[in-house]
Write a protein that binds this ligand. Sequence first.
Ligand code: SAM
Length: 221
Amino acid sequence: MGKNKLKRFTENAGFPHVFQPRMEFPMPDHPLKGTWKSDFFKNDHPLTLELGCGRAEYTVGLSGMFPQRNFIGIDWKGARIWRGAKTTLENGQTNTAFLRIMIGTIASIFSTADDVQEIWITFPDPQPRDSREHKRLTSPEFLERYRSFAAPGCTINLKTDSRLMYDYTLSVVKAQGLTIEKSTDDLYQTNWVDEVLSIKTTYERIWLSQGAKICYLRFQL
Ligand SMILES: C[S@@+](CC[C@H](N)C(=O)[O-])C[C@H]1O[C@@H](n2cnc3c(N)ncnc32)[C@H](O)[C@@H]1O
């Protein structure tokens, strides 16, 4: 392992807002499940999650814009999470936390008491092989996990360069009869690009530099 990665892992372990529960099967409930507001954030604000956050540009950007909300960036890769954790610590953005987990275990981390009102899924791995469909973060299996803790009317935002991921998610959302609030296969040709939608993640910048179109879908869970 590179020295830089090792340094980031060591720093993560000392950060007060980075949580790295040990993987177990079955995964036991996290000690903060149902009490994130009172026991960690020390406020009564609603929670937004960023799934597969990587360096967590949405968590960092949104938490700065909306101090009356709490944000948690989630990814399996600790060296990526470190970037968002370091920035928010340095900026004193106390309305953020980070979780290093496999998202398949997310139902052990949150309950309806945590008031998750919004989820961002930013440039997820499209898992193109049919046999891996259940691993897509918008598959019926994952939506069911999110439903176990989401607040009523919770919105899910998907930003992706992958036409496959966009079309797939649209088909799941339509099959489940969910309410679609916004849907486009070319975000930057719409007039929706406000301060929030113009936040760009690391992967988004890479795809944009290659001339890719960005798809965006917002629906109610
Ligand atoms: C293509 S990258 C996008 C990262 C970031 N959102 C961006 O747009 O720059 C996908 C990220 O999702 C994470 N990821 C994919 N599946 C995951 C899972 N099941 N559990 C946790 N993290 C996952 C990967 O580790 C990776 O950082």
